[in-house]
Design a protein around this ligand. Structure first.
Ligand code: NAD
Ligand code: ZN
Ligand code: ZN
Length: 344
């Protein structure tokens, strides 16, 4: 095994990432070392590198939370995985396992949770240190490059759709048809929902139609909330907002059917106004949803392993990361870029 690794590092917020060579980390007790095969590039990595959110990561750090690879070393006391297993190192890097939320199987909101590619170094590196109790177990038959987007974009949208409470035959509106949204459409279809896709890019909407969306709305044409209400006969039973854009949030609440649920997943920095009378009088639920638990992860991966959900990926080398970030920032990535480490 090499004793050096390449990684893309955020040294200063808002500046290009820097490719650097590091000594290979070595796993301590209850840690594992993963040799990265592939890592998806999520819009969250862009927020992280810009320092967009109130709780900022400590500099310097290695982003990436869709890293998939093979376990190459295990520290003392590791029994959950063994050398040679294919695992994913997700956003939910670890949690305490003992607080009220962990005990309720809501480890995603544990106050002591660590986040991959944010509070812990992530997958834009040839090797990743990971917590074996929180890695994703990649089913046999699912390649590393296709698994990568599932461990953030997939699990987040699958969980978010469940949180809408929409039932088979009902409508879901999916706002944002990028990395998250193109998988959301496929999960929603596999779960028996009717999909109305919303984006500001006609190319993304054409893709949504190819993926099975029954209706599409360009949010830049007129009033998208009114358009969705007309197309769905009164509003979508569930709304999932993945767009990293504040106007999409108020529009999403306006697309929600009476007694429906609008789930917020996109994380642009800032706030949005809630039209109070409409939300109260229509008994609308607005709720946040944050990635997914380990159990959601196993379910989300099973859809991909069965071929019911397939990420649309563009492979790039790690050296292209700054160009990929620029493109993602201007909406110029078709679905998901996956960094291919050529290792698997
Ligand atoms: P992406 O850039 O791949 O896709 C965003 C899509 O939104 C693009 O297709 C874009 O055209 C579209 N869009 C932009 N403005 C819009 C608008 N006003 N209305 C409708 N669509 C619009 O991004 P992504 O990787 O899918 O991530 C999306 C957001 O989700 C980011 O803010 C990211 O941080 C967040 N995220 C949240 C979680 C969570 O757990 N809650 C997990 C992963 C990502
Ligand atoms: Zn992500
Ligand atoms: Zn906890």
């Amino acid at each position: 095994m090499a004793n050096q690794m390449q990684a893309a590092v955020v040294e200063r917020f808002g500046q290009p990432l820097v490719l650097r060579s590091f000594a290979l980390p070595s796993p301590g007790p209850r840690q594992i070392l993963v040799r990265t095969e592939a890592c998806g590039v999520c819009h969250t990595d862009l927020h992280a590198a810009r320092g967009d959110w109130p709780a900022k990561p400590a500099l310097p750090f290695i982003p990436g939370h869709e890293g998939i690879g093979l376990v190459v070393e295990v520290g003392d006391g590791v029994s959950a995985v063994k050398k040679g297993d294919r695992v994913g190192v997700p956003w939910l890097y670890s949690a305490c396992g003992h607080c009220e939320h962990c005990l309720a199987a809501w480890e995603t909101v544990c106050a002591k949770a660590e986040f991959g590619g944010y509070t812990k170094n992530g997958g834009f590196a040839e090797y990743i240190l990971a917590d074996p109790d929180y890695v994703a177990h990649i089913p046999p038959g699912l390649s590393a490059t296709l698994a990568a987007p599932i461990i953030c974009a997939g699990v987040t949208t699958y969980k978010g759709i469940k949180e809408t409470g929409a039932r088979p035959g009902e409508w879901i509106a999916i706002s944002g048809v990028g990395g998250l949204g193109h998988l959301a459409i496929q999960y929603a279809k596999a779960m028996g929902l009717k999909v109305c896709a919303v984006d500001i890019d006609d190319g993304k909407l054409a893709h949504a139609t190819r993926l099975g969306a029954e209706a599409v709305v360009n949010a830049n044409d007129g009033d998208p909330a009114a358009a969705v209400k007309t197309l769905t006969g009164g509003g979508a039973h569930g709304v999932l907002i993945t767009a990293p854009s504040l106007p999409a949030f108020q529009q999403g609440v306006g697309m929600t059917r009476k007694r429906g649920t609008c789930v917020l997943v996109g994380l642009p920095p800032g706030e949005f106004p809630v039209p109070l009378f409409g939300v109260v009088a229509d008994c609308i639920t607005i709720r946040g949803s944050f990635v997914g638990t380990r159990s959601d992860m196993a379910e989300a991966l099973a859809f991909a392993a069965d071929g019911r959900v397939k990420a649309d990926i563009e492979l790039q080398p790690l050296s292209a990361i700054n160009d990929v970030f620029d493109r993602l920032g201007r909406g110029d990535v078709a679905s998901r870029v996956v960094i291919d480490f050529g290792a698997g």
